[in-house]
Design a protein around this ligand. Structure first.
Ligand code: THU
Length: 160
């Protein structure tokens, strides 16, 4: 028997102005994208923004449906839009934020498992890691160097 330990690292910033300028800009776009959220069922708005290698910025927001399982997360909306508009262009960074009608979100929003899997697929597809920048409505901002750190034991399609 051998014991294997997995390790993840992230950077923690106390406030927006501590971040590099381009990350600040991306988080601001994620925040702006909240207004396009269609979330009448959860009243939980999520905004995502991508920086692509060609310098383009792409925003996305969660899009809900009365048939709940059809709800689309902001991260996957943005990632699908980016590959539809700029096919083959790697994603350098993704910023995600959220706003709830009922509580003030003071800790970084955490992408769901499905979005982590899709972020990892994007990294594998483009053979390039993306930085993942997460914040709630306010407070701490955390930055992962790769989506892989959010999903260490991903299903990567190597068996298919
Ligand atoms: N949601 C996202 O947009 N991203 C996530 O990573 C987690 C959840 C959305 C889906 C749904 O519209 C709402 O948040 C509540 O689950």
């Amino acid at each position: 028997m051998k014991k294997v330990t997995l390790q993840q690292t992230y950077l923690s910033y106390a406030k927006l102005s501590d971040l590099p300028k381009s990350d600040q800009k991306l988080l601001k776009l994620a925040r702006k994208s909240l207004k396009n959220s269609y979330s009448p069922y959860s009243n939980f708005k999520v905004g995502a923004a991508l920086l692509l290698e060609n310098g383009e910025l792409v925003g996305g927001s969660n899009q809900e449906n009365a048939s709940y399982p059809l709800c689309l997360c902001a991260e996957r909306v943005a990632l699908a839009a980016a590959d539809s508009m700029y096919n083959g262009v790697p994603v350098v960074a993704i910023a995600v934020t959220a706003k709830s009608a009922s509580v003030k979100i003071k800790s970084p929003v955490s992408p769901c498992g499905a979005c982590r899997q899709v972020m990892c697929e994007t990294e594998l597809k483009h053979k390039q890691t993306m930085r993942v920048i997460l914040q709630g409505e306010k407070g701490e901002i955390i930055v992962f160097n790769t989506a892989r750190d959010l999903l260490p034991f991903l299903f990567d399609g190597s068996l298919l």
